[in-house]
Design a protein around this ligand. Structure first.
Ligand code: PEP
Ligand code: MN
Length: 366
């Protein structure tokens, strides 16, 4: 499964491909004054790509659903006065047409839309034959296949200037973040498509101003290619996402202090450390193989004594004991529980295989 990204990275006219690529602007275009004031301040601070939501997906009807086509004229004024490139969210073929007619330079597909293959396909069809960069946000649910599928649909329409935006995932246990980052998902996307620019959206992950700086730094530490950050000239009075928007000067302060890591060079000492990791992984594999072998021997015993495969008290005891051991070793107990749930699942699968075969007498040394 490949993406055809012949022009990648995004190749945006007038924007040097330095890392990180920064896109900034308000969650929503509210009034002409708010759009212009925010844009002027961001442009003064060196921002080159301006974002603003013109059509807003709202969870319930009756909220502020964006100014629509009227706001596109304000965006055009931003470009004329500041020279910044423009980007907005499109969710339907009509949005695509209106945005392209207004000269929007980069389109993005929102998280709710990415989750719906019918909508993504309708957008892809509207984009056929058009050369415009498109950024695809991750779907609201943590499903990398759905995200990849959305990217492929857009790519199949001939869009080669393609990028992905990681904005986090809805989750039942929202503790710190508005949308759980689940970094392993964007990391896996990067592994699958190393040429695909991957941009982090700390605003929608964090949902809170004070989380933007640490999340942006984490994105850099993980080698992400850019950031899209919500910024508003008067954040507290914003009509949407007020808690997560930053004053342009605060954004500037944060970007100034961002440590951008080099993700290209591999040093000698890291090669040595990686060799040690490879060896440890081999050891883990050996241990797991042995553990499964013993588990199959136990299955022979259970079969002989007509016992059922799953003994829930034993299983609970393993989960609890290992989680405690893990936390004493500095690991998250949940991580250890998750690992043991997987090991147990494989163990049960192998024991069921043994149960299917005719019983054999236990060997002398079993
Ligand atoms: C937005 O960028 O303002 C937005 C609505 O984002 P998401 O699709 O990630 O919720
Ligand atoms: Mn928003």
């Amino acid at each position: 499964m490949e993406l055809d990204l012949t022009l990648s990275p995004l190749a945006l006219p007038g924007v040097q491909q330095q890392r990180p690529l920064v896109i900034a602007g308000p969650c929503s275009a509210e009034t002409e004054e708010q759009v212009m004031e925010t844009a002027r301040q961001l442009a003064t601070n060196g921002i080159k790509i301006f974002r603003a939501g013109v059509w807003k997906p709202r969870t319930k009807p009756g909220g502020f659903e964006g100014k629509g086509v009227e706001a596109l004229a304000w965006m055009q004024r931003v470009k004329a006065e500041t020279g910044m490139l423009l980007t907005t969210e499109v969710a339907t073929p009509e949005h695509v047409e209106a945005a392209l007619t207004a000269g929007i330079d980069v389109l993005w597909i929102g998280a709710r839309t990415s989750a719906n293959p019918f909508s993504v396909q309708a957008i892809a069809d509207a984009l056929r034959g058009v050369d415009v960069p498109v950024l695809v946000k991750n779907p609201v649910n943590p499903d990398i296949e759905l995200w990849t599928g959305a990217l492929m649909r857009i790519n199949s329409a001939g869009i080669t200037r393609l990028g992905a935006i990681h904005r986090g995932f809805s989750s039942v246990d929202q503790k710190i973040y508005r949308n759980s980052p689940m970094w392993h998902i964007p990391i896996e996307l990067k592994r699958r498509f190393p040429m695909l620019p991957l941009i982090t959206d700390p605003s929608h992950i964090g949902g809170r101003r004070d989380l933007i700086a640490p999340l942006a730094q984490q994105a850099m530490d993980l080698g992400m290619d850019g950031l899209i950050i919500e910024s508003h000239c008067n954040p507290d009075c914003a009509w949407s996402d007020a808690k997560q928007q930053l004053l342009p000067e605060v954004l500037d302060f944060i970007l100034d202090r961002l440590v951008v890591r080099d993700n290209v060079e591999v040093t000698e000492s890291i090669t040595q450390l990686r060799k040690q990791i490879d060896e440890l992984d081999n050891n883990l594999m050996d241990l797991l193989t042995k553990r499964m072998r013993i588990s199959r021997e136990i299955a022979e015993y259970k079969k002989l004594h007509n016992m059922s495969v799953v003994q829930t008290t034993r299983y609970s005891e393993i989960l609890d004991k290992r989680a405690t051991q893990g936390s004493l070793c500095g690991m998250s107990p949940q991580f250890i529980r998750d690992i043991y749930e997987h090991i147990h699942e494989e163990s049960v699968r192998q024991q069921l295989e043994v149960m299917k075969t005719p019983a054999t007498a236990p060997s002398a040394n079993a």
